[in-house]
Design a protein around this ligand. Sequence first.
Ligand SMILES: Nc1ncnc2c1ncn2[C@@H]1O[C@H](COP(=O)(O)OP(=O)(O)OP(=O)(O)O)[C@@H](O)[C@H]1O
Length: 263
Amino acid sequence: MAAPAGAAAETEPPVISVRGARATLGARPVLRGVDLTVRRGEVVALLGANGSGKSTAVRSVIGQVPLAAGEIRLFGDPLRRFRQWSRLGYVPQRTTAASGVPATVREVVSAGRLSRTRLGWASRADKEAVQRVIDLVGLGDRARDSVSALSGGQHQRVLIARALAAQPDLLIMDEPMAGVDLASQEILAHTLREQVAHGTTVLLVLHELGPLEPLIDRAVVLRDGCVVHDGPPPEAVGQHALPGHDHVHPHAADEPLRTGLLT
Ligand SMILES: Nc1ncnc2c1ncn2[C@@H]1O[C@H](COP(=O)(O)OP(=O)(O)OP(=O)(O)O)[C@@H](O)[C@H]1O
């Protein structure tokens, strides 16, 4: 669990403030008046069924989806004026670090450090920061390997290391556990714990709380582009405990709820 946001966090502007956000994709209204506040040091999970608008909400926060109405602020600045992108690490949903270009783990993770490197040259501190996050995600012995040689879970760990390389104050991850084997899930949970212990603010899109549950301070649940819950994480089984849960799971119905749901 993150250290509770202190008195300073109460008075300073939220790290993320979304007010009355509306967005339409194609002809479809996908966000229909979303409010979302994330304060410094908080770990907030954005939950909801397939298509409820979770990814669209986080993509609007980072400026990838324009709003039809409403306002977004990051670290107190209106999004259109926000320039401190090195303070934000983002791991998009279900992407791969392998682009056809044979890059090594270290090269991909170093790319995440570029916003902090001075004069285009990686300093010793930059190299150490890159090595630290590679070690943190348990890939210290794979740093020179091509990312194309990695498993899906290892890929995801590379992408998270890339997002952490610039030592962001805010980490946004869209379903970081999706398609990730259990061993990698545990490493990711450990990685996140470390970040949270160092004060990083985190917004996570999740299908369920799963192994990250002990870290989550607050859950915001979307349904049809509207917030239907904003408060303590639903007990034990994440959104499954909520009425109207209709997520489609690619697993057998008799599988235990706490394992394998994210794969
Ligand atoms: N580019 C697009 N054009 C039209 N509709 C879109 C587009 N992108 C997403 N949508 C639709 O918007 C709705 C919300 O999508 P979004 O990806 O935000 O949901 P989600 O809650 O993240 O779902 P999932 O759990 O499936 O990732 C879905 O019905 C989706 O089909």
